[in-house]
Design a protein around this ligand. Structure first.
Ligand SMILES: C[S@@+](CC[C@H](N)C(=O)[O-])C[C@H]1O[C@@H](n2cnc3c(N)ncnc32)[C@H](O)[C@@H]1O
Length: 287
């Protein structure tokens, strides 16, 4: 069997099982089995696939047919132009979270030379994608990455080391901002925000493989973000910014909650590429 034939067969099985983008998924898994990039795969399509690699490829496709996410099967995923290790210890990074990172970087750069040492916190750091992306793009940033999951923190540390920013990031176990002292110029949070009922109807690939504690957040889905807003009153520096990712229908409730805690702040919601409300932005006035 040639690589092209194996690819075709796998794509057909994935298609029949109702997996989205079957051809692309089949290709990513084949590249992973062979350890080659896209260019090399296409140059070798007419070569035979060795029997042991055929068995390995079939096993990878079988896992995908069981709805295991590709990022967990191949162990990594791109986020903000960087490659991150992924494991079931943490949520797979989502492209919509890039809006938070982009907004944070824009805000810091917009402050020009005023901030030499930027104190930032990434609340609910998971695989560390936010903390690591910020540290990579903002060498002046000192980031505390905090999460309730030890396993997620370990994965975050691994990603910080892989991107050579471990000296800029301290990984700390704890809930929200409770265990932190002092004030931060930037508070960034992608906390769980899926309401319990919505969680129960998520696709099996998410519900059966990604950690529930990274997704589910009470009846309305805003409980954790609202609790963090209350705590942030004692932790957001004057002239600072708080950014919190949320679901498309939580914008108004979170703006109202933020206004209650930060009555003099500049509060807005940014939309994602799909035009949906996605990011709460709270900017406090300078002293
Ligand atoms: C939606 S995931 C986001 C992970 C990562 N920041 C990202 O953007 O991919 C939420 C993370 O928040 C963590 N978490 C849940 N409850 C928390 C709490 N009370 N305090 C801190 N982290 C929490 C979960 O363990 C999970 O890693």
């Amino acid at each position: 069997m040639t690589l092209a034939e194996a690819l075709h067969e796998a794509a057909t099985r994935l298609l029949k099982a109702g997996i989205d983008d079957p051809r692309l998924e089949a290709e990513v898994l084949l590249r992973h089995a062979l350890g080659v990039d896209r260019e090399e795969l296409f140059a070798r399509l007419q070569e035979p696939l060795a029997l042991e690699l055929q068995a390995l490829y079939e096993a990878l496709v079988d896992r995908r047919l069981e709805h295991e996410p590709t990022a967990y099967i191949i162990g990594h995923k791109e986020f903000f132009g960087l490659d991150f290790a992924c494991s079931p210890a943490a949520l797979i990074p989502r492209p919509e979270t890039e809006l938070l990172v982009e907004t944070a970087i824009e805000w810091v750069r917009g402050r020009g030379s005023r901030v030499k040492d930027l104190r930032a916190v990434d609340v609910g750091s998971g695989s560390g994608v936010i903390a690591v992306s910020l540290a990579t793009h903002l060498p002046q940033a000192r980031v505390i990455a905090t999460d309730i999951s030890d396993k997620a923190l370990a994965l975050g540390r691994r990603n910080a080391l892989a991107h050579c920013v471990a000296s800029q990031i301290e990984f700390v176990r704890g809930s929200l901002l409770e265990h932190l002292s002092g004030r931060f110029d930037l508070i960034a949070a992608n906390l769980p925000y899926i309401p319990s009922q919505t969680y129960n109807s998520l696709p099996p690939g998410i519900r059966e493989h990604e950690p529930e504690a990274a997704l589910r957040a009470g009846r309305r889905g805003t409980a954790l973000i609202e609790a963090m807003l209350a705590q942030a009153v004692d932790h957001l520096a004057p002239g600072g910014v708080l950014l919190a990712e949320h679901a498309w229908n939580q914008g108004r409730r979170l703006r109202e909650a933020a206004t209650g805690h930060f009555p003099t702040a500049d509060i807005e919601t940014r939309r994602d590429l799909a035009g949906l409300e996605r990011l709460l932005v709270v900017r406090t006035a300078r002293d």
